[in-house]
Every structure is written in C-alpha cells, then in structure tokens.
Design a protein around this ligand. Structure first.
Ligand code: FAD
Length: 489
C-alpha cells in the first residue's frame, strides 16, 4: 500500500508541520486550533484524536499516529474506556501536570488542564532517567524535537520538555487553558451538583466545569487545601543556576559536559577552583541543551568573600533577600565557575536571558525541602465526592543537582493515573487511598538502580515499575483521616 505523501499545497499539512515545530506555548496552542479548524475536527478527548487521525494521514502525521496508537493500545487503558465518564481537572502545565494529563486522556477521561502562565520560559535542564527517555520517545518526542536525547545525552531543558508534552496532550484531546489560575475548590451546592473550582479570572467559563478528580501539579509552592506538608531541613545549601547562549559552534560542541562532580568524588578539582578563583563549591553540573546550563551548590563563606552576599544573616531568607545580594557579583561568580569547570574552553560566554529579559542567573535556598505527608485524599460534601491527588514538585520537592524532579515526577504521574483508574472502576475510596499511600511510600527511595530494569514494560501499573511492591502495605483503616467529609477547616 502506498503511503500518502505530503501534498505541497495542502494547508493542513503545512499547519501540522508548524505545530510540530512550534517553539512557544502560545504558538503551539494557536497552530493546534488552526489545524482543528482547517480539518473541521471537533470534540474532546480521544474522539478528537481519532478525528485528527482520520483527517490527516500523510506520512509524517502517520508516523506519529502509529507511535501514539501503540501507546494507546496498552491493556491498562481498556481501549480508552477505563475512565470514560470520569471528569478530571489538572492544575499546572509543568512537565508533571502535562504527563499526568496525557495518561488520564489515554484512559478515556475528560481532561481539562489549567495553567496560570502563558509561556514556557525555563532554560534550566533536567536529568532524565532511562525510563523517562524511553517514555518520551514512545510519545513521539523526536517528532517534536529532533535533538531529543541524541547519542548519549540524557537531559532536556524544562521548556522543551513542556513543549513536547503539551503537543502530545493536545493531540490526545486534553483541553488546555492558559492564563487561568486555580484558587480553590467549591463544594457542590445541592444534592445534584458537583465539585467546581474558584478560578482567576473568575469570569472563566471553566468555573462551571464539574469534575470528580483534581490532580494538582502546581509545583513546589502550590498545594491545595487539606494536604499537610513535611519539611526536611538539611545543612545550609545555596544553589546557583545559570544559562549561557549556546551557538552550537564546533568549540562548544567539543566541550565535555559535567554530569555531577560532587566534592567527595573530586576534591582536587574543587581545591583548584578555590585556590585560583576563591569560589568554593559543594558540587557542580553542566549540561548542554538549547543553552549551556550550570547548577552548583556554593558555600556561604565564599559568597560573602566574593561580595555576592553583602552581609551574613542568621536566617536564610534574609541572607538571600534581593537587597542583600550584589547581582553583578553573582553574575561574575557564576561565569567564573562556568569558565573554570569547562577549562575556559567555552568561548565568549554570554548569559542567556530569562523571561524578564535579564541574565538567566538565579540563587536560591536548598536548605529546606518539603514534601506532602500524603499523596491523595477524598473530599465529600452533600453526598458528592472528589478525589484529589498530587504529582510532581507539589508532592515531593526535588534536590535540583540530582535532577530527580522529573523522573520521580513522572513516576508519581503514572501512580496518580493508576489511582484514577481504580477510582473509575468503583473501588471503595478508602481502598483507593490506602493503595495510593502504599505506593507513595516507595517514591522517595526510587533510583534507576532499584526500579525495574526493563523500562520498555513500564506502564501506569505500579508492578511494572517497582519491584516487589506491596499494594496493601497500608490498610484502609489507616487512611480514614484522608477521607474528609464537609468543609475543610
Ligand atoms: P513545575 O514545573 O513547577 O510546574 C508547575 C506549573 O503549575 C507551572 O507552570 C505553574 O505556572 C503552574 N501553576 C502553579 N500554580 C498554579 C495555579 N494555582 N493555577 C494554575 N497553574 C498553576 N529542577 C532541576 O532538577 N534543575 C533545575 O535547574 C531546576 N530549575 C527550576 C527552575 C524553576 C524556576 C522552577 C520553578 C523549577 C525548577 N526545577 C529544576 C524543578 C523542576 O522544574 C521540576 O522538578 C519539574 O519541572 C517538575 O515539576 P512540576 O511539573 O511538578 O512543576
């Protein structure tokens, strides 16, 4: 059978190619809308996906459909019916919210995703575990971003990752709304009503959307009411991230990346750095992507000596407050560390700009990291229930130099999707919650070494990822406090 070629004059093909290549959030959304209009395809969820597939069948689109079809054919999804009838609201278009939304769409749920911002601007680069690379390839990542994990590369910038996942989510019928902020839950008003959300702007028509599942993926600073946070306070840790323009010149290509030089492993390197520059670091990582990205943990005394921090203060918030930081000295510090650690082989280091059009250099506190005590809870009001689940940084904040954020974030996204599948199957709520907590216990200890090696078999089923997982480690009787009836104090 011959493969339909791209017809040069076919406007839908040209729009689809533009959609595949779109490099900004709004451009992705705009070209997708245009594509649907051009093809006359309407609807939501997998119905939209099937409509697009039927209407667009030249070679490049077909190559992507065959990847997504393979994914959608997994038995966990019951051919897209496992969660048919379930209405989900996902908060946050970070990598974990988008990844969770994709799984929910594959399960056949209606998925509405809200994002308070309208751009993806984070140049910072995330480390990918082998399973995340395999997972993204299976979603067609290379079709959207040709440079995805070429050769031995195992990382990607946050914004590129968001772009890939946003495109997949849209194709699978996730309804994405930008510039909408989730503020709170609204309990059902009467016996017949359902759970809704308080949104900003309040005029958003989505305020009337009734849902039975809320997945919160709003990042480290956003956790919905009802969840308790636990703080882990370590020794003082000050992180610095910086990005430089990557011109992809030969000299730049040849400079070796640093996938994690920790002080304990390479004392000589850090001693030399200190002797020559006065910069004192605990660790440093350098990845090449759209930018040259560095993340390092700096010692306070060297930041004081180099004039980056103006005055020593007891509490970390005042220590790193903008009025106690000399920004120019910070830029010099970051640039010197980058130059030294790449042996001065990156020519003409020029800062990339952040979303405020300022040199992309950040200094922040790692001393205290938070995690949620629980991964899910159920609220009931007027006889109507809503299942709430956390994924990503709002579940567990990662330690950036280890880059565990997105790997554990994806694991939690799969676990949350599994939970919704169990919920949709009519499993009693306390059993759903107990199973979710049993799985959550494993998350913080996961590494590529203690998760299943056969990453091609990974699915939302926890048994495919966690060896010897006991789904009943926590009993229904132990999670009664996660079932909240009435209003939350
Ligand atoms: P995020 O990526 O933080 O996404 C959360 C999304 O939710 C955001 O788009 C946010 O705008 C949106 N949102 C928040 N509240 C609401 C609301 N109420 N309504 C609607 N939308 C909302 N990790 C590293 O390993 N290395 C790094 O260098 C690094 N740099 C980072 C830099 C920044 C500025 C941030 C915020 C995070 C960084 N991280 C880094 C963490 C890393 O990005 C996350 O681990 C990873 O992106 C997975 O996060 P997530 O999807 O859970 O949340």
């Amino acid at each position: 059978m011959s493969v339909p070629a791209e017809e040069p004059g076919n406007p839908a093909h040209a729009i689809f190619e533009r959609f595949l290549r779109a490099g900004q959030c709004q451009e992705v959304l705009g070209s997708f809308l245009e594509l649907c209009q051009q093809l006359g395809v309407q609807g939501t969820g997998l119905q939209l996906y099937h409509g697009l597939k039927a209407a667009l069948n030249y070679w490049n689109a077909k190559a992507l459909w065959s990847k997504l079809d393979k994914k959608a054919g997994h038995k966990d999804y019951d051919q897209g019916t496992a969660c048919a009838g379930t209405k989900c609201l996902v908060v946050g278009a970070g990598p974990c919210g988008l990844r969770a939304a994709i799984e929910l769409a594959l399960l056949g749920a209606r998925v509405v995703l809200l994002e308070k911002r309208d751009s993806f601007s984070r140049n910072n680069v995330l480390h990918l575990w082998p399973f995340t690379i395999h997972d993204l390839r299976a979603l067609g990542a290379k079709k959207f971003y040709g440079r995805f994990c070429t050769g031995t590369l195992d990382h990607i910038s946050i914004r590129q990752l968001q772009l890939i996942l946003l495109k997949v989510a849209l194709l699978l019928g996730v309804e994405v709304h930008i510039n909408v902020r989730f503020e709170d839950l609204v309990p059902p008003k009467g016996k017949a009503g359902g759970w809704q959300a308080v949104l900003q702007p309040s005029s958003s028509p989505l305020s009337h959307y009734e849902f039975d599942v809320l997945i919160s993926a709003g990042g480290g600073k956003f956790v919905p009411e009802g969840f308790k946070r636990k703080e882990t306070r370590g020794k003082l840790a000050i992180g610095i991230t910086t990005n430089f323009i990557n011109r992809h010149s030969r000299a730049e290509v040849e400079v070796a990346e640093i996938s994690g030089v920790a002080r304990i492993y390479n004392q000589k390197f850090f001693q030399n750095l200190y002797n020559k520059t006065g910069i004192d670091l605990e660790n440093i990582v350098y990845y090449k992507d759209d930018t040259h990205y560095f993340v390092m943990t700096a010692k306070k005394q060297s930041l004081l000596t180099k004039g980056v921090i103006l005055q020593d203060k007891a509490d970390i918030e005042s220590l790193l407050a903008p009025d106690n930081v000399n920004r120019d000295a910070l830029l010099s510090y970051a640039k010197e560390a980058a130059n030294f650690s790449t042996n001065y082989c990156l020519p003409e280091l020029e800062f990339a700009l952040n979303h405020r059009d300022l040199p992309d250099v950040d200094m922040f506190d790692f001393t205290c990291m938070t995690r949620s005590e629980n991964a899910a809870l159920v609220r009931e009001h007027n006889g109507s229930r809503v299942l709430l689940g956390l994924v990503g940084d709002c579940l567990v904040e990662p330690f950036w130099p280890l880059g565990t954020g997105v790997a554990r974030g994806f694991l939690a996204a799969f676990d949350a999707a599994w939970m919704v599948r169990r919920w949709a199957a009519g499993t009693p709520p306390l059993e759903v919650l107990a199973e979710r907590e049993s799985i959550y216990q494993r998350l913080s200890q996961t590494s590529p070494d203690n998760t299943h090696k056969n990453v091609t078999q990974y699915s939302i089923d926890p048994a495919t990822r966690y060896p010897n997982i006991n789904l009943q480690a926590i009993k229904a009787s132990q999670v009664r406090d996660l079932y909240l009836v009435g209003m939350v104090e």
